[in-house]
Design a protein around this ligand. Structure first.
Ligand SMILES: *[C@@H]1O[C@H](CO)[C@@H](O)[C@H](O)[C@H]1NC(C)=O
Ligand SMILES: *[C@@H]1O[C@H](CO)[C@@H](O)[C@H](O)[C@H]1NC(C)=O
Ligand SMILES: *[C@@H]1O[C@H](CO)[C@@H](O)[C@H](O)[C@H]1NC(C)=O
Ligand SMILES: *[C@@H]1O[C@H](CO)[C@@H](O)[C@H](O)[C@H]1NC(C)=O
Ligand SMILES: *[C@@H]1O[C@H](CO)[C@@H](O)[C@H](O)[C@H]1NC(C)=O
Ligand SMILES: *[C@@H]1O[C@H](CO)[C@@H](O)[C@H](O)[C@H]1NC(C)=O
Ligand SMILES: *[C@@H]1O[C@H](CO)[C@@H](O)[C@H](O)[C@H]1NC(C)=O
Ligand SMILES: *[C@@H]1O[C@H](CO)[C@@H](O)[C@H](O)[C@H]1NC(C)=O
Ligand SMILES: *[C@@H]1O[C@H](CO)[C@@H](O)[C@H](O)[C@H]1NC(C)=O
Length: 388
């Protein structure tokens, strides 16, 4: 009986110690961890008042718009077709489907492939062309590549600048057996690719064959050629024998800009209709003419529609560089440390180091009497160092 009473007492003491250790841990965590960040605000699409901000699931930010008064000018018209569910956006009045628009100057569309398919006899079974004609925007030379797929295939891309002939490119892909075709490899055996030139507003793509696929008909009846977003087309052997590329809608990236002047000219001549708003910079545009507006660093918003506004970096852990305390400033933020710490407070800088007295108390606990410090914290920390 007395034994069990002692046991209970022992358990009680252990419990008390455990609670104290937990308390100590909780207290020190409160002191060393930075304040909990709140989640970043949801992305908002900025449009003119009364304008449609979405078509189906695609956001339509200004300068694009679905009707007069909503877009900057007709080049930025998006036709939202409700004959689909969900509705689908198309570029101006074309049948070019838009899949995404970014305010930083990219327009994402999908296009078919050019193809030629042959019967075993060498008769042409089906031919498809692939061309794109733009009036204002440009085919991004940095985001797209030209690709051909086939085993008896040569291909062309004819590029045009504003309707005038620009350049011819192309590549060849040959294979006499499927065994040498490597999945994922686009280097001339089953698949070939080549960059496209800068400044093109239109292209016309052709797929051709040397022997009408007669030597390879058992595994590859078609030649294909197309422009596609770099990294979004992963060649594999199955494509040589399947209809996949005949029906595929492949992603292509366009560059858009406003006006037809450079930033220097626009700013110098104080051109009418200069579109960049407050807290923005004007950026020249490499792949063609016109300029782009961009919010200054530390600001966000739609630079074509409203003044860009200050980002509160302190609210977004991905944006602020602070270890402990963050204070938002106009266009930037500053970092500092809690009481009892020193340093510049920046994660990639000095960070925050506990002041000397603090180090002794936490790391060494009450073991070091040379510091001469004896306060509440020594008491709380002691059980932790005892537990080691
Ligand atoms: C819209 O939905 C389609 C499928 O319904 C999806 O493939 C596409 O990525 C979506 N686009 C955006 C911008 O969310
Ligand atoms: C090969 O195809 C072309 C059409 O692309 C056709 O004019 C030609 O007659 C074909 N050759 C043979 C041998 O079938
Ligand atoms: C492919 O077939 C043609 C006849 O259709 C022949 O002249 C040619 O030599 C063959 N090429 C190869 C690489 O086998
Ligand atoms: C090959 O590509 C097609 C079309 O993208 C895809 O459906 C198929 O799953 C791929 N096969 C492999 C093994 O990756
Ligand atoms: C290549 O992909 C095809 C299907 O797309 C698959 O059947 C084949 O096993 C793959 N080959 C290799 C070497 O990965
Ligand atoms: C730029 O636009 C103005 C007005 O639309 C036009 O008069 C001018 O010819 C254009 N310049 C070029 C280089 O396209
Ligand atoms: C300025 O914008 C107005 C209205 O959008 C348009 O009618 C006019 O042609 C534009 N002027 C220039 C120089 O682009
Ligand atoms: C923000 O402040 C930091 C530190 O003072 C500085 O390095 C950085 O360049 C500033 N950023 C901007 C956008 O002014
Ligand atoms: C820049 O942004 C600040 C803060 O959002 C705002 O108060 C100010 O009016 C803006 N400046 C201009 C020139 O738009």
């Amino acid at each position: 009986m007395t034994m069990s009473k002692q046991k209970v007492l022992l358990q009680l003491i252990i419990l008390l110690i455990v609670i104290e250790v937990l308390l100590a841990a909780a207290t020190s965590a409160q002191i060393t961890s930075p304040p909990l960040p709140s989640p970043p605000p949801p992305g908002e699409v900025e449009v003119k008042p009364g304008c449609q901000d979405k078509c189906g699931n695609v956001s339509i930010p200004y300068p694009f718009g679905t009707k007069e008064g909503c877009y900057l000018n007709e080049d930025f018209l998006i036709t939202c077709s409700s004959t689909y569910y969900p509705s689908k956006p198309f570029l101006r009045t074309s049948d070019i489907e838009v899949t995404d628009i970014s305010v930083d100057g990219k327009l994402y569309i999908t296009l078919d492939t050019a193809a030629q398919c042959y019967e075993k006899s060498g008769q042409l079974r089906a031919g498809y062309t692939n061309y794109l004609t733009l009036s204002k925007f440009f085919i991004s030379n940095t985001d797209n590549v030209f690709v051909a797929v086939g085993c008896d295939t040569y291909s062309y891309i004819f590029g045009y600048k504003n309707g005038n002939y620009g350049y011819t490119g192309g590549c060849t892909t040959i294979c006499d057996s499927i065994d040498y075709v490597v999945n994922g490899s686009c280097t001339g055996i089953g698949c070939c690719k080549t960059p496209i030139a800068q400044g093109m507003t239109s292209f016309d793509v052709r797929a051709r064959s040397y022997y009408n696929h007669t030597n390879v008909s058992s595994f590859n009846p078609c030649s294909f050629a197309f422009v596609v977003q770099e990294g979004k087309f992963n060649f594999n052997r199955t494509m040589l024998g399947s209809d996949y590329l005949i029906n595929a809608k492949l992603p292509v990236v366009l560059d858009w800009s406003v006006g037809n002047e450079t930033c220097a000219n626009v700013e110098k001549k104080q051109v009418m209709n200069y579109t960049c708003q407050g807290n923005t910079t004007c950026n020249d545009f490499e792949n063609g003419y016109g300029y782009r507006c961009k919010c200054k660093d530390g600001y966000q918003g739609n630079p074509y529609l409203n003044d860009c506004y200050d980002i509160d970096e302190c609210k977004d852990p991905d944006l602020n560089t602070c270890k402990q305390k963050c204070t938002n400033t106009e266009g930037n933020h500053t970092c500092s440390c809690h009481k009892g710490y020193h340093g510049d407070g920046r994660i990639k800088g000095e960070g925050c180091t506990p002041d000397p007295t603090f180090v002794i108390q936490i790391v060494v606990g009450g073991g070091d009497s040379s510091s001469g410090f004896h306060n509440m914290r020594n008491h709380v920390v002691l059980p932790v160092s005892d537990g080691r």
